[in-house]
Ligand binder design. Sequence first.
Ligand SMILES: [Zn+2]
Length: 146
Amino acid sequence: MGKSRCWAPVTTKDGWQRQCRKVPPAGTHYCEEHHQLYVKKTDTYKKATLEMEALDEAFVRLGDTYVEGLGQEDLVHVAEISRAYLDCLERAVRGREEHHRRFFTQVDSAHLEYLEVLKYRLENAFAFLYRIESREMELSDKGLGW
Ligand SMILES: [Zn+2]
């Protein structure tokens, strides 16, 4: 067995990717610096995921809403939840992708599957928000007396 090296890819000044040359502490995969970064990036997407999960139920409950028939007040409420949900979801997806790119040369399938689930939810959330925004425009047009 050769000496183990930190698993993290690093980008050189010329823009090349190479493996970090530092030696990780025994029993770990990353050197001190990359371990810190790993933990920080993991925390970022885990936090976003938790925030998203906390809103998921509320968002799913909105799923059957006939957005096109909502009045101003209800629309504001629905839009608020949907935008917050979408924001967390986007951060969760972005954070995961960045983390995978940064630290995994090969991403395990469980990670990829979860990412697919998140992206599917993201598509749904975008579609729902599109309806909300159309309704918002419609109402503001009416407000202007058109
Ligand atoms: Zn390293």
